[in-house]
Ligand binder design. Structure first.
Ligand code: FES
Length: 62
């Protein structure tokens, strides 16, 4: 699958929403773990809130 610009949730690391969905499917629901797995939020940190929202939307309560 090709990633479009819209799929990227963390621009510093190029982490895509699709990648985060994969991790959620593996039972990883918290920003800490997501960050460790992907590097997301390890740059400017401005994606933090967006990733949290995405997690809240896509995980059923963790
Ligand atoms: S956009 Fe995710 S750390 Fe900068």
């Amino acid at each position: 699958m090709t990633n479009t610009k819209d799929d990227v949730i963390c621009y510093c690391t190029g982490t895509t929403k699709e990648k985060i969905k994969e991790l959620i499917a593996q039972g990883i629901h918290d920003l800490d773990r997501i960050s460790r797995e992907t590097g997301a939020c390890s740059g400017c940190g401005s994606c933090d809130a967006e990733i949290n929202n995405f997690l809240a939307e896509h995980s059923s309560g963790a």
